[in-house]
Design a binder for this molecule. Structure first.
Ligand code: GDP
Ligand code: MG
Length: 206
């Protein structure tokens, strides 16, 4: 099984643990306890490739967003294939907070890390402080971040979609399809690890 590490970043209370819990266990708890230090969950995700269907195991790392735990984040971001950076649509300050998280990810994860901004709690329409346009304009500042995905861990809206998107992007970045034996393997390899066939040309990702 192909395994990849994903880190979930964002200020305290933006909904990191709730998003992960909705995705991994399909539940939502209104009285979520603050995450102490770091938490960890796994989930296998099934994807459709251009040539064949395949599965990835996502190892999802959840961080306590409190200042005192931030010092841990750089070392945990090591080796991450992707980072989800969350802001809370009911808390404008958390939008500005993503700037710092992006910096930390850029400084510590590999250069080809996939980054995705996630807007959370869109079910709380009456409490909304960040409009779609505000968030879009803010995200435009970063050339890697064209757009963001709006989610609700409470209703489940777009939660699965966000993780599927991340998994697809990880696959495009890291995997290739062997035209000779039909297996999927690491893009960095010059020979197929299953049949030994040389990769003559860059095989299109999956
Ligand atoms: P974390 O500190 O980033 O891990 O945030 P939590 O997942 O612990 O969530 C903080 C609070 O926001 C909790 O009371 C959650 O129940 C609530 N929350 C998280 N996501 C949502 C959501 O999508 N909708 C609503 N209504 N509340 C949410
Ligand atoms: Mg948490």
């Amino acid at each position: 099984m192909l395994k990849y590490k994903i880190v979930i970043a964002g200020d305290k209370n933006v909904g990191k643990s709730s998003l992960i819990m909705r995705f991994c266990d399909n539940i939502f708890k209104g009285d979520m306890k603050a995450t102490i230090g770091v938490d960890f969950k796994r989930k296998v995700i099934d994807l459709k490739g251009e040539h064949k269907d395949f599965s990835l195991e996502l190892n999802i790392w959840d961080f306590g967003g409190e200042e005192k735990y931030r010092t841990l984040f750089p070392s945990y971001a090591n080796g991450a294939a992707a980072a989800m950076i969350l802001f809370d649509t009911t808390n404008k300050k958390s939008l500005y907070g993503i700037e710092n998280w992006i910096k930390i990810v850029d400084e510590n994860a590999s250069s080809n890390v996939i980054k995705l901004v996630i807007a959370t709690k869109i079910d709380l329409k009456n409490l909304r402080e960040v409009s779609k346009n505000d968030a879009k304009n803010f995200c435009k500042k970063y050339d890697w971040c064209k757009d963001f995905i709006s989610t609700s861990a409470k209703t489940g809206e777009n939660v699965e979609e966000a993780f599927v998107y991340i998994a697809q992007e990880i696959s495009k970045e890291n995997l290739q399809f062997c035209a000779s034996c039909g297996e999927i393997f690491n893009r960095k390899l010059k020979y197929c690890q299953f049949c030994g066939e040389k990769v003559e040309i860059e095989i299109s990702p999956l």
